[in-house]
Structures are given as structure tokens and as C-alpha cells.
Design a protein around this ligand. Sequence first.
Ligand SMILES: *[C@@H]1O[C@H](CO)[C@@H](O)[C@H](O)[C@H]1NC(C)=O
Ligand SMILES: *[C@@H]1O[C@H](CO)[C@@H](O)[C@H](O)[C@H]1NC(C)=O
Ligand SMILES: *[C@@H]1O[C@H](CO)[C@@H](O)[C@H](O)[C@H]1NC(C)=O
Length: 459
Amino acid sequence: MRLASYALLALSAATAALSLPSRQHQFPLVLPSPANTIENSRDEAYWASEEGVGHFSQWSKAQKRNFVDDVRDGKASEWILVMGNEGGDLDSMTAALTWSYHLSHQHADTNKTIALLQTPRDALDLRPENKLALRNVLMSPGHRDLLTIDELPLPAEEIAEQLKSIVLVDHPAPLSVWQKAKIRSIFDHHRDRGAAPDAKPRLFEGTASCTTIVARTMLDELERRKEGEYHMPHEVVELILDAIALDSDGLSKGTPADKFTAARLLKRSNWSKQKLYDVMDRLDSEMKKAKKDLEELGVRDLLRRDWKGDLVETPEGRPNVHLGLASIPISLEDQIERTLHNTTQAWFVTEEKWSEEIGADITLALNSFKERDSHNKKIKTREIVLVVRPNDKLTEKDSDELFQIISNAVEQSPFLDAQPWKRAKELTARQMVWTHHIASGGRKLIRPIVEDAVAAWRL
Ligand SMILES: *[C@@H]1O[C@H](CO)[C@@H](O)[C@H](O)[C@H]1NC(C)=O
Ligand SMILES: *[C@@H]1O[C@H](CO)[C@@H](O)[C@H](O)[C@H]1NC(C)=O
Ligand SMILES: *[C@@H]1O[C@H](CO)[C@@H](O)[C@H](O)[C@H]1NC(C)=O
């Protein structure tokens, strides 16, 4: 039994537009204030406010407006949606924006293409590096020029059936709500899960940044155009360079494709007279500095700023399980200090509220941070926080079993060296925290280990 796909847990509080018939409990509807929602988008006021001044912003806003109007008028079938993954990092966002810009300028029959960010609009600012990169390319500060998941005019499942097609970037398989959509293309640097074998192009490559794959394909097609190049705004080029710089640590890691693509882009940017490595190093530092600025965020925001999750299909007779994984670049102790009373269980109370809000049955927080080892050397430490709770879907026995199954998978994995957290005494039933030091031991590694264990559901 493999997972059907990856859905929907990313759609957080603001996910009012989605109807979720398969869910036992509904998402609570925390709506943005009415004047701010796309519900009122026939209103000129919605579109007139918060103008981004860049060319790219204006193009993006026009596409969004046409898309929303067309979907309302029953013409969703004319549109191609380009979507990144629901974690919504700079790479995912940039890859989606880049490819949608390209497709909508490349062919007349794909000019109705738009990027969908699978992050709610109010969560975009939880990634300060995205905010900075967007500001640098003159996008609007309130993100009204971007289409986010909570602003779809119809439930995703309904739109999925109508669309001309979707394109996945930085994302190997569609979330379960998009399952009925036709997949036109995939560009990714995750593990290939075999989705959409007929997609064209269907590119999986181990680049540092997925945006590299998208941008290289775009440049190849742009430079081969018989009718001459369409206008490539420097804003798009610079946004792409930001994304590649951040993921490749200023080109100090990655593949030759990251470097060659960055070099081609640099020539088209405002920095064409400068040296490639100087520029990439500068952009990387700028983005990294912004990215670290999470001082103000509380535990709930830390959990939701980089959250991925979906339904895992389990064997016959077992309930399917919503599994959610948060990546957090801060230690659990530091997060606990951000709770009102600085107690471990206060952290779990916040985690429980968030899990309930998003509908997750099993939650993992994957923390990473630097600390000093016994020789006073700085090392990267990682933590895996696991919680399983009984709810109206999982009985006490189910929860105990799942907790045990996942614990075994983590503790016995040959790819991990998990040790119990030093304050494990403070944990209660079906809560566990491990630390480990596997450099590449982030969500890309942990998620398949946990999903495979849950999908098999064998003690
Ligand atoms: C898309 O291209 C067609 C054919 O060239 C044109 O008529 C239409 O106005 C274009 N639409 C957009 C949104 O640019
Ligand atoms: C980048 O270059 C364009 C065109 O050459 C120019 O209009 C723009 O002001 C420049 N932007 C920055 C931030 O230097
Ligand atoms: C929070 O609790 C930990 C462990 O109990 C303690 O070491 C730390 O000093 C406390 N921090 C604050 C800000 O009270």
C-alpha cells in the first residue's frame, strides 16, 4: 500500500475555501477580515490597494485577476496552474513564479498560466527571506499579486477536475486534493516517486535549487525562440538568483547546472558587470541573514511556517492517517523558552492546538540548530519530536501502535543515529524526542522512513 499522494495539511487556518468531505473534523474557519478577501474581488478596491510597483508584480496581479474571474465564469479549463510544494520556501515559490511567467509568454495557448503558492497568504511572511526577496523585486508588500491556496475561488478538488493541467515544481507528486488534475510537467530535485510518467518535460535532477532546473529550461527555450525573445524582466532574473544563491550556499555546493545557470542569469541581471561568485555570495548572505530572523516567532508560527503533510494510506481495515512534519531551525529548548511558563508540556499544548487546527493525527517536529560539542567545536544537532494522540479517528490502541511503529522505525533506521533527548523524562505518553547528528537528516530523509512505517502498519 503506497501513499496516495500528499495533501493538504499545509492548508492552514485560512483554508476556508476548501471543502474536505473525507475529513472527520472540519478545519475551523479563521477568515481574514472580509475587506481583505478575494471574496470581494469583483470590487475594484481589492485590486487597487497595495500596488506592487514592479513589472513582474503588475503582470502577476493581472494574471491572478483573470484567473479568478475565469474560474468564477466556469472557464477554469483554460488554465494551467504551476505549483510548488506546500512548505512554500523560496525555491518552491520562485520556481513556480518563474515557470508560470515563462509558459504564459512562450506560447499563445499557454498564456493562461498562473503560479499557485500552496501556502496561506498570512503565512507567507513567516519566511522572512521570501518577504525580502519579494520586496527586492518590487512585489506588493501584502502579497495581493500572488495567488495563495486560501484565495482559490473554488475548493481545490473542484478546480482540479476542471483545469487544463497543472505543473509541479520542487514537488515530486501532487497533494491529494489535486489528484484529479492532469499533470503537464514536473521539475524537481526530490526523490522521484514515479508520478505522472507521461509528463513533459519530466525532469528530476539533484541540483541544489529546483529553480535551477526550471530556469535552465526557460533560458534554453527563450534563447531558441524563432520569433525572438519575449521580455524577461530583471526582477524575475534577480529573484531566481536569490533562490539559487540561498540553496547552493552562494554556489559553494550543488551541481555544475546550478553554477552554469546562475552565470547565464547574471548576464541578464542588473549585476552583469560583477563577478558571479561575489554576487552569489552576497545574495546568499542577505537571504541567510533574513532567514535566521525568527526571534519574534512563537511556537505556533514556528510549526506552521515550514509544514508539510498529507494523508498516508494504510492497510485495509485501518484508518488512513494524516501525517504532518514541521521543519524548525531552532532547538526544542529554545522553543520551550518561548512558551508562557517555559515548560516542556506547554510546548506540547501549543503543538496539540496546531495539530487539531490543521487536522494532523501524527505530528513530527524536525528541529536543527548549532551547538558546541565537548571540544567546544560548533556542530549541527538535529531533533525529532514525535506525538501521536487518540482522536475521533484513532483509538487509544491505534495511537499506541502507531507511536510504537514510528519509534521503532526511527530507532532502528540504519540511516539515523537517534538517541533519546536529554530531557526525555519530561515527556508523557505517546510523546518522544530524539537527537541525532546526521548532516542530511532533515525532512527529505525522515519523511519516507516514517511514511513507509505508517503505510505498512506492522508492529
Ligand atoms: C493569449 O493569447 C491569445 C492568442 O494570441 C490572445 O488572443 C489572448 O488575448 C492572450 N491572453 C492573454 C491573457 O494574454
Ligand atoms: C535595474 O536595471 C533596470 C534596467 O536597466 C533599471 O531600470 C532599474 O532601475 C535597475 N534596478 C536596480 C535596483 O538597480
Ligand atoms: C527555562 O527552563 C530551563 C530548564 O528548566 C532553564 O534551564 C532555563 O534557564 C529556563 N529559561 C528561562 C528564560 O526561564
